[in-house]
Structure formats: structure tokens, C-alpha cells
Design a protein around this ligand. Structure first.
Ligand SMILES: *[C@@H]1O[C@H](CO)[C@@H](O)[C@H](O)[C@H]1NC(C)=O
Ligand SMILES: *[C@@H]1O[C@H](CO)[C@@H](O)[C@H](O)[C@H]1NC(C)=O
Length: 367
């Protein structure tokens, strides 16, 4: 007998199954793609000539390596914590030279700190990856994966993937309200500006859909006026800054309406609403209930509320980052991110609509 067999299967077949299984270990695992701004950037901006970066200490002080990574956090950010819930390694920044071969199958992070819905948002940061380029990179990514595993497998990987999109805050903070009498604020009254950016956002999401995304978490903006940066610049007595709160109040309901419109046009729940405002407002109205001592003071910064300027080695730095909702003047601490991702996983429809992440992960794994 020339051909060795194992439970009746020819050895060569077993061998090819083994080779396939080790060549494409992640074919059955779900990939994860991340788009958006600094809330979800895993380090793309480290590779760019821009001032919007988090690549020096004390950023990363609580990361496993205790070194800065480009994440705007003391430790993990939202995408890392979602990857953990998916049982996957963290996505690499798309610009990372390490993102090649098998690592491509985990997914990729295309986010870039400073960007917004509009191309002119974050203009002061110069060279960042604006949305048209993030989507172009996603197309290039798919070509690379096709080269690795064939076009139909690549398509399947994208179709079954989870996508996170976090966009919009900078269109207010780093555009409309960046300076008094900004170009956009002279062009549009706030309600008209919100309508304009929602219509542009809709085009971005349709492009993402046309590139194959079929399960997309879309975060609303948090309570923008309550960030330490805004308290430091715009608040008299520590109350959240009214204009930015009004902006978030106009933006979120129109975003959710637009997602509903897209879903009904497509005929499927492709876009999932993530109520970030509700998640953050829980901490802000009762920080102690979540084990925080402050939702107003940033852990790292200077000036009132530690809300002025950048977080650098010269800044005030709190001893225990877990006690603060905000790590720096704009970005949540790792512990706040953990609670947010927990709410994404198990939250009621008030937090996640029409379903939470644990439902999505269970449902889509049956496909
Ligand atoms: C942003 O730039 C892209 C091309 O780079 C263009 O297609 C798009 O229309 C621009 N968006 C706006 C709102 O100007
Ligand atoms: C959210 O997740 C929890 C835990 O998995 C589940 O029991 C619950 O029914 C879900 N809620 C909704 C509204 O989907």
C-alpha cells in the first residue's frame, strides 16, 4: 500500500488540509476594520509628518509595554478592547510595515488623528489620512488580501468583518469651533452646518458599503462640551460648554436618522448606532458610580481642569489613571474605554441600536 491513510483519508489530502489550515488560520475568524479619528487611531500618524500624534511619554504609560504607541490613551483604546472581545489580536495601523502576510487577515486600522467628515477639518495638522484616503487604503488592502487568498475569499473576509467608524467630533472641535469666526461658521449657521456634514457622512458610509462592509458600528459624538479642553476654554463655573453641547445635540439624532435611512434603503441592519453621548453622559452625571473621582479634570495636561495644551512630559500627571474619565484634554482613559466597550457588548437598545455587540458577534458567527 503506497498511500498512507488516516481514518480513510489519503495522507496527501490530510497534508493539504493541514497546510491550508496553517496558511490561513484566520479564514474563519472575523476580521476587524477601523476608520476615523484619534479616538480610534492605533498609530497611523506615527508614520506621517503631522503634529497630531501620541508617540511620546506619558502616552502609553499603562500599555503592556509602558511605552507610547500612537494611541491617544494611557493604555488600550476602544478598538483594542473590541479586538479583545472578538478574541483577536489588535489591528495594526495600515501604515505599519508589520502589516503584511498573515497579519493582514486580522484586519487593519485606517484611522488617523485629527481627521473629520470634511476634507478641510484638521487642516492645521497638515499631513493626515482624510476619509477619501482611508477608503482608498481599504480598497488597496482588499487587493493585497486578494493576492494572498484569492478574490472570492477576500470578498468573504470583508463581508463577514466587523467595522468601527468614529467620526464627526473634529468637524466641530477642529473646524467649526476651532477659532472664532472660522470659515465654516461664517458660511453656515450651526443647524445648516450639521445638515451639511451629515449629508457628507452619508456619502462616506455608502462608499464603505460599496467597498463590501456589511456590519458597521457607527459612534455618535460624545458630550463634546464636557471635555476638559472645552471646560478650560469655554466654561465659567465648570458647566459643560453650551455651544458644543448644542452641536452634539443636533448631530446625534440626525446621524441616527441617516443610519436608519441607509439601512432601510439597503434592506438590512448594516449600520449599528452606538450612542456614545449616552455612554459618556453616564460617567459625567455620576462619575463616582463608576469608580471615577473626576469626569472634569484630565489626568494629563495643564491649566484649569488640566484642559489646556497637549499632554507631554512637562504636564501634570495623575497618579492613578483609573480614577479619571479623561486621560488627556480630549480623550478617555483606558478605564473609561473599557466601560464604553462593555456597554457596547451588553448595553440595551438605548446604548446600541438595533442590537449590541454580543448579539452581533453571536449572530454573525452563524453565517
Ligand atoms: C474631499 O476630497 C475628495 C477627493 O480627495 C473629493 O472626492 C470629495 O468630494 C471632497 N469632499 C468635499 C466635501 O469636498
Ligand atoms: C445585549 O447583550 C446581552 C448580553 O449578551 C443580552 O442578554 C441582551 O439581550 C442584549 N440586549 C439587546 C437589546 O440586544
Amino acid at each position: 500500500m503506497a498511500v498512507a491513510t488516516f481514518y480513510g483519508l489519503p495522507f496527501t489530502l490530510i497534508l493539504s488540509i493541514l497546510v491550508l489550515a496553517t496558511t490561513f488560520p484566520s479564514v474563519t475568524a472575523r476580521a476587524f476594520f477601523v476608520f476615523g479619528d484619534s479616538l480610534v487611531d492605533n498609530g497611523n500618524n506615527n508614520y506621517l509628518a503631522t503634529s497630531a500624534r501620541a508617540d511620546s511619554p506619558p502616552y502609553g504609560i499603562d500599555y503592556p509595554t509602558h511605552r507610547p504607541t500612537g494611541r491617544f490613551s494611557n493604555g488600550f483604546n476602544m478598538p483594542d478592547l473590541i479586538s479583545q472581545r472578538m478574541g483577536a489580536e489588535p489591528t495594526l495601523p495600515y501604515l505599519s510595515p508589520q502589516l503584511r502576510g498573515q497579519r493582514l487577515l486580522v484586519g487593519a486600522n485606517f484611522a488617523s488623528a485629527g481627521i473629520g467628515i470634511l476634507n478641510d477639518t484638521g487642516a492645521q495638522f497638515a499631513n493626515i489620512i482624510r476619509m477619501p484616503l482611508q477608503l482608498e487604503y481599504f480598497r488597496q488592502y482588499q487587493q493585497r488580501v486578494s493576492g494572498l487568498m484569492g478574490a472570492s475569499q477576500a470578498k468573504k473576509l470583508v463581508k463577514n468583518a466587523l467595522v468601527l467608524m468614529t467620526l464627526g467630533g473634529n468637524d466641530f472641535v477642529n473646524n467649526y469651533y476651532l477659532v472664532p469666526f472660522s470659515a465654516r461658521s461664517r458660511q453656515y449657521a450651526l443647524p445648516n452646518y450639521v445638515r451639511f456634514i451629515i449629508s457628507e457622512y452619508k456619502k462616506i458610509l455608502m462608499k464603505l458599503y460599496n467597498l463590501g462592509a456589511r456590519r458597521v458600528l457607527v459612534t455618535g459624538t460624545g458630550p463634546l462640551g464636557c471635555a476638559p479642553a472645552e471646560l478650560a476654554q469655554r466654561s465659567q463655573n465648570g458647566e459643560c460648554a453650551a455651544e458644543l453641547q448644542r452641536a452634539a445635540q443636533l448631530f446625534n439624532p440626525q446621524l441616527y436618522q441617516m443610519l436608519d435611512d441607509l439601512n432601510s434603503k439597503i434592506g438590512s441592519h448594516v449600520f449599528i448606532k452606538v450612542n456614545s453621548k449616552k455612554m459618556h453622559s453616564d460617567f459625567i452625571s455620576d462619575p463616582r458610580a463608576y469608580g471615577f473621582v473626576s469626569s472634569k479634570i484630565a489626568c494629563c495636561g495643564q491649566g484649569p481642569y488640566n484642559g489646556l495644551g497637549l499632554c507631554t512630559q512637562l504636564s501634570n500627571l495623575c497618579a492613578n489613571r483609573d480614577l479619571y474619565v479623561f486621560w488627556d484634554p480630549f480623550h478617555p482613559s483606558e478605564r473609561a474605554n473599557k466601560i464604553i466597550v462593555e456597554q457596547m457588548m451588553t448595553g440595551s437598545t438605548e446604548y446600541m441600536h438595533p442590537m449590541n455587540l454580543s448579539t452581533i458577534l453571536a449572530l454573525d458567527s452563524q453565517n
